[in-house]
Design a protein around this ligand. Structure first.
Ligand code: ADP
Ligand code: NA
Length: 330
């Protein structure tokens, strides 16, 4: 039997992935390339749903791809590609858009969050239809599992609804995907605003730990992370969201259960604890940064890897689209 299929996408909307992307998504990508037929996509067409500069987008797509290889995706085992290199994504998105209700799309909470800064009427239509393009990304590859952070749960539900609707109307075509969300790391929060998710679009860079950042600034940001005025290192999301976030981070980076960390730091101040968190971050990020820099320095090699990824992705996507066209009447 064929291995289960995995697909996930990540946006090139910044010059680096951050710790939330890494723990919530990218690290899972690497784990899932074992025993799965995995497709990972730099979703540049999603990145143009908000203001952007063409040159920055081009640079960021390459950085994103280099980072995916640098964290450990093996181009022999995983198909890593750039979304815009495979035209079927937009074609399927259109078909799915025609099956989506306005009200249904309007219920997506991420649109409400992201459009807030533009005002709902001047936000692009692309930002509104973003989840439908995402559904196309997933359904094109017949993904069984989609590794994502908690923020993507609602989009996955829409994807399943659209798959089901198409299958119902036109005949069995799409696999219904399941989100793959790892507990404990599904929502890493902002260091300065520890109840909000760490995001590429966070208001202050002090709240985000970037994979490509140097050790100095990484340490400084962790040491300055907002905590509470207490002294106890305890996992209490309600009253100590900053400490809870740092515990989650240290637990995930060192594979140590949170209760063990609470015991280890009992009676110690926040300073020692934060220093250990900072070291764990630096130790994890440094080799990834170095490998990313190496990959970016060899432009031809990266182009070759991405061309090979796109060719493999296109073969699968074209097969799905041929079925879709046939069933949908064109
Ligand atoms: P961002 O939200 O920072 O713009 P993306 O939308 O490109 O990043 O998300 C890429 C992946 O990272 C998605 O699977 C998303 O769910 C996950 N992710 C993003 N932020 C976090 C976070 N703070 N904690 C856990 N996972 C996250
Ligand atoms: Na996101």
């Amino acid at each position: 039997m064929a291995s289960p299929r995995v697909l996930s996408g990540i946006q090139p909307t910044a010059d680096s992935f951050h710790l939330g992307n890494y723990l919530g998504a990218v690290r899972q990508y690497v784990a899932l390339q074992e025993g799965h037929d995995a497709f990972y996509c730099v979703v540049d067409l999603h990145a143009i749903t908000v203001d952007y500069q063409p040159e920055a987008l081009r640079r960021r797509s390459r950085i994103a791809a280099a980072q995916l290889f640098a964290v450990g995706l093996d181009p022999e085992r995983s198909t890593v590609f750039v979304q815009s290199h495979v035209r079927e994504h937009t074609e399927l998105a259109w078909v799915l858009m025609c099956l989506t209700g306005m009200g249904e799309a309007g219920r997506m909470t991420q649109f409400k969050d992201k459009s807030a800064k533009y005002g709902e009427s001047s936000a692009g239509v692309g930002l509104f239809t973003y989840p439908i393009l995402q559904a196309a990304d997933i359904l094109l590859y017949g993904a069984d599992k989609v590794p994502v952070g908690a923020d993507q749960k609602q989009h996955l539900e829409l994807t399943r609804d659209l798959a089901q609707r198409f299958n119902h109307r036109f005949g069995e075509t799409f696999t219904l995907p399941e989100p793959y969300i790892v507990k404990g790391v599904e929502k890493i929060t902002d260091l300065q605003e520890p109840t909000a998710k760490m995001s590429k679009s966070s208001s202050s860079p002090a709240g985000i730990l970037d994979l490509l950042e140097q050790p100095g600034p990484l340490r400084k940001k962790v040491m300055r992370a907002v905590t509470d005025t207490g002294t106890e290192i305890a996992f209490d999301e309600e009253n100590k969201p900053g400490i809870a976030n740092l515990l989650r981070i240290l637990s995930a980076l060192t594979a140590t259960p949170i209760p063990d960390l609470e015991a280890r730091y009992a009676g110690q101040g926040y300073g020692t604890f934060k220093k250990d968190v900072a070291e764990a971050v630096v130790e994890t990020f440094t080799p990834i940064r170095e490998r990313t820099e190496k990959l970016l320095a060899d432009e031809d090699e990266l182009d070759k890897l991405l061309a090979a990824g796109a060719a493999r992705a296109r073969a699968v996507a074209a097969e799905t689209m041929a079925k879709v066209r046939d069933r949908a009447g064109f």
